[in-house]
Design a protein around this ligand. Structure first.
Ligand code: SF4
Length: 132
């Protein structure tokens, strides 16, 4: 079943915002400036990147996100480096495994996470509240 961008965005939001450490105890968005969250700011690009891939390889989706999201993110330096990512301050990067969960929900596929790398040479990090 083909999902709309709005549906994909909702799935990603439900997966990640609910466990994000930036939420307040009341469940409200906790950052002073919502646009300081790259994931929040770039949801349409994240959803579009997921929708643009048809593959059984999760790395293809991760690479598409890196290509289509990080390249238009104001936090990324011209050389591809990202201080926000280095400081584990990017929700998209920190919660990448939850993004994969959302991709699985969107596509109905189950991916081999051992095949994942962070793309662009970066290791995949686990979010602060994720444990496996
Ligand atoms: S990793 Fe950096 S460039 Fe990519 S979305 Fe996050 S803040 Fe933006």
């Amino acid at each position: 079943m083909e999902r709309s961008l709005a549906e994909i965005e909702l799935i990603v939001r439900n997966r990640i915002c609910n466990v994000c450490t930036s939420r307040t105890v009341d469940g409200e968005f906790g950052l002073e400036n919502p646009t300081s969250c790259a994931l929040f700011r770039l949801f349409p690009q994240v959803a579009h990147a997921i929708q643009s891939v048809r593959s059984d390889d999760i790395q293809q989706y991760v690479d598409a996100i890196r290509r289509q999201v990080c390249t238009v993110c104001s936090d990324q330096a011209p050389d591809g480096a990202c201080e926000t990512r280095q400081q584990v301050q990017c929700a998209l990067d920190a919660y990448l495994l939850l993004v994969v969960d959302a991709i699985e929900e969107v596509t109905g596929k189950t991916f081999d996470r051992n095949k994942m790398s962070g793309g662009a040479g970066a290791p995949v990090r686990l979010g602060p509240q994720i444990s496996f």
